[in-house]
Structures are given as C-alpha cells and as structure tokens.
Write a protein that binds this ligand. Structure first.
Ligand code: PGA
Length: 252
C-alpha cells in the first residue's frame, strides 16, 4: 500500500519567523503523524531554520526548485548539494508557475530530475493542462508529452521515492478544484502510462498527488479515490488549521 503524502508548496510566501510560527502552530494541531508523509517546501531563505525546527517533528523538508548543474557561474541559482546540505529530502520540479513564468520546459524538467536522483532527493514532478488545453480536448496529449519529455531516459531505483503531481493549471489558486472524478480519471491514465514505461509493480508503488485548490473541506473526497495518493497544496498550506485538516483527512 502507498503511504499518503501531503506536500505544502509555500511559493513566495513566509519569512523565516513566519515559517517558524507556522511549524509551531501546525504541531499544536497535528501532534503525531500516523501513516502519512508530510513535506513543507518553504522559500530558500527559510530552509536552514526550518530544518532545525522540523528536526523535532516528523515533517520533512522540501524545496520548490533547483538548478541541474552541480556548481559554477549561474548567478541566482541553487544546486542540489546546497539543498541536501540544509536537510532537504524532497524537491518540487516543473511546477506550472515555473513553466509559465520562468521558461521551464520538459527538457529542463528532465535535467532537474536526473540531478535530483543523483543526489537522492525525492522529486515531485508536476504536470497538468491549461484551461484552453482542457477545453480543446487536449488534456491527455499535453500530460503525455510532459511525462514523455520529463521522464526521458530516467531510470528509477526506488519507485516509492518518485512522486508525480497532477495539477491542472486552471485549478491552481483559482478556488476551482477538479472534481474527484476528473482528478481520478487523469491519475489512472498517469498510472497506466507509468505501468507501460516501468512495469506494474513500479507503477503501483509510485505516489500520484493531486494539486489545485485543495482545502480541508474537499481533501477527504479527493483522497478517497483509488489513484490519488495525496496532495500538493498551495494556498491552504499557509494556514496551519487548514493544512492540519488536509493531513488528517489523508491518514489511512
Ligand atoms: P493552490 O496551489 O493549492 O493554491 O491551488 C497548488 C500548487 O500550485 O501547488
């Protein structure tokens, strides 16, 4: 059975002190975690302090992006070893905001995945269609292209340490969630794709997260679907009560 995974993507929110306050508030709500993996991906500037604060909890640390090169003249970039150095275990790759505003492509997603695996960081690879693509019936075509490009020549040793997040772009930060049925349909297609690429055992070990306006109130129903193994949460992950409710709703 796959352990559910709830990942908080804070985006460009929370200073160091706000981040630490959040950890304290969340732990008051959650106390112990039962059969669920929880990750928080704060901004880079809070990673070091968050690593110290999270050491006393069962919550893991993640980052929102990284460069694929090891080091060198890449002004403004952060490498995988820097992230390991401050205790990161997870790395979000190819978020739609990175694709939309920072020219992230399937090729650069692929390079980042290679680097993440080399450094033993667990990738959370994001895929998803825009509203226009959904309305013109190109949803699967787009996701298949993102998977094919992103996973090109990627060999995975431990399938429990490779995560894909389906995030329809039209549902991110809009308050419009995909229905559990819409999300399940795509998740099952993604699992089918992974099965054809890596085999049945592999595909049934990999966790598939849903992302896009997940809140306390809609999370239980989403998580009840067969192929939805957790959530990548933006807005609602900035509120300790909401976030804790999502975590609680995902515990099996
Ligand atoms: P949202 O963001 O929960 O605010 O829709 C999800 C995401 O972008 O990962």
């Amino acid at each position: 059975m796959r352990t559910p995974l709830i990942a908080a993507n804070w985006k460009m929110n929370n200073t160091v002190s706000e981040s630490l306050k959040f950890v304290a508030a969340t732990m008051l709500e959650l106390k112990t975690l039962r059969q669920v993996d929880v990750v928080i991906a704060p901004p880079y500037t809070a990673l070091y302090s968050m690593n110290v604060a999270l050491a006393e909890t069962e919550i893991s640390l993640g980052a929102q992006n990284m460069h694929w090169e090891e080091s060198g003249a890449y002004t403004g970039e952060i490498s995988a070893s820097f992230l390991k150095d401050v205790g990161c275990k997870y790395i979000i790759i190819g978020h739609s905001e990175r694709r939309q505003y920072f020219n992230e492509t399937d090729e650069t997603v692929n390079l980042r995945i290679q680097t993440a695996l080399r450094h033993d960081l667990i990738p959370i690879v994001c895929v998803g269609e825009t509203l226009e693509e959904r309305e013109s019936d190109r949803t699967w075509e787009v996701i298949e292209r993102q998977l094919t490009g992103g996973l090109r020549d990627i060999a995975i040793n431990d399938y429990t340490k490779f995560v894909i997040a389906y995030e329809p772009v039209w549902a991110i930060g809009t308050g419009k969630t995909a229905t559990p049925e819409q999300a399940q349909e795509i998740h099952s297609q993604i699992r089918g794709y992974l099965e054809s690429k890596y085999g049945r055992e592999a595909s049934s070990a990999m966790r598939l997260l849903y992302g896009g306006s997940v809140k306390g109130a809609n999370s239980a129903e989403l998580m009840s679907k067969e192929d939805i193994d957790g959530a990548l949460v933006g807005g609602a992950s900035l509120d300790a009560k909401q976030f804790a409710e999502i975590v609680r709703n995902s515990q099996r």
